[in-house]
Design a protein around this ligand. Structure first.
Ligand SMILES: Cc1cc2nc3c(=O)[nH]c(=O)nc-3n(C[C@H](O)[C@H](O)[C@H](O)COP(=O)(O)O)c2cc1C
Length: 326
């Protein structure tokens, strides 16, 4: 983990991946204070809100933390400017290929850039474009996912790149033995989300946390696209009434498209906007039936509300024991 900890400036190269609405000042500072690396989820925040969140996090920790920006955000460059004003040390760019000039703008004020790499070819391209480190995230993860599993991505990408570059592995990690395996393959560290979402310091609603504690791996399912004309970006979340209703909605909208009641762009917008606000309703409002309970398959290993420091200590103990046994 040493390469990872040196790069991140923390004690253990375990990042808590940004989770919209969950990864705010309380969880982020708790992770960094416990020796891990917290990352603020900017999500759809305005520059003003991000400014306040970074300031709030700095008030709670003097340790390094990162800021995750979504590349499609219409004010991406203003958000980068907010990071510059706060001298943020690490910016994670998520949600697609970073637009021209964004990596340069971040590196311009001395911050490190971490990008998500969905394939080996794109990983190489991102490194050529200036990314300082990569996260490879498999489809076991919670939230928006790609089509390939963590184990396969790790086998494709780590042997090629991990000697020369910093690669962090994410998706489906629930125990330290798995961390040991990826470190052995050359990873500089790991990123977990689901395992930290219900930590004692997480502001997620008690009902959201209860849904996690009850769930098993098979309850965390990827959203399904019903009609080829109506694209659905796959999201892994706990199944509930909302996920069932989403399937029904797609069938209904496809029918209205067939009958000419809806034009294509309007139909696609209805699908795209279906989940708007749904994660907030679940995380903050506790709507576990209609809201979006984004969770990875490791949710089955989340059984109780534990302090972040205990989770990290347990992961590290399991990891060390596994490596000692080898
Ligand atoms: C509730 C939730 C919300 C998430 N929101 C984001 C996000 O806003 N941006 C992002 O890059 N990743 C997001 N993720 C992915 C996490 O940052 C992390 O990469 C992922 O959870 C790792 O896989 P795991 O869930 O198997 O631990 C989210 C994950 C969860 C569970």
């Amino acid at each position: 983990m040493q390469r990872g900890t040196q790069f991140l400036g923390c004690e253990t190269a375990i990042l808590c991946g940004a989770m919209s609405w969950v990864s705010e000042r309380n969880l982020v500072s708790a992770i960094s204070n416990a020796g891990g690396f917290g990352v603020i989820a900017c999500g759809a925040m305005t520059p003003e809100l991000l400014d306040a969140e970074i300031a709030g996090t700095k008030a709670l920790t003097s340790r390094p933390f990162g800021v995750n920006l979504i590349t499609m955000h219409p004010q991406l460059f203003e958000l980068i400017e907010v990071c510059r004003r706060h001298a943020v040390s690490h910016v994670v760019l998520a949600g697609g290929i970073p637009p021209k000039g964004s990596i340069e703008a971040i590196k311009g004020f001395g911050a490190r850039v971490i990008c998500f790499a969905p394939t080996l070819a794109l990983a190489k391209k991102l490194l050529r474009s200036g990314a300082d480190a990569l996260v490879i995230e498999g489809m076991e993860a919670g939230g928006h996912i790609g089509p390939v599993s963590t184990s396969v991505l790790a086998q494709e990408i780590l042997p090629e790149l991990a000697d020369e570059h910093l690669v962090f592995v994410a998706g489906g990690i629930g125990r330290g033995e798995a961390i040991a395996g990826y470190l052995e393959m050359g990873a500089a560290g790991v990123q977990l989300g689901t395992r930290f979402a219900c930590a004692a310091e997480s502001i997620a609603h008690p009902d959201f946390k209860k849904a996690f504690f009850r769930a098993s791996a098979r309850d965390a399912v990827a959203s399904v696209q019903v009609d080829p004309r109506l694209p659905v970006i796959p999201v892994r979340a706990l199944k509930n009434k909302g996920t069932e209703a989403f399937t029904a909605k797609q069938i209904e909208v496809a029918g209205m498209l067939d009958s000419g009641e809806l034009a294509m762009d309007e139909a696609q917008l209805q699908i795209e906007h279906y989940w708007a606000g749904a994660l907030r309703r679940a995380v903050i409002g506790g709507d576990v039936e209609g809201g979006s309970l984004m969770a990875g398959q490791s949710v089955g290993m989340v059984k109780a509300e534990e302090p972040v420091a205990d989770i990290i200590a347990q992961l590290m103990a399991e990891c060390e024991a596994a490596l000692a046994r080898r």
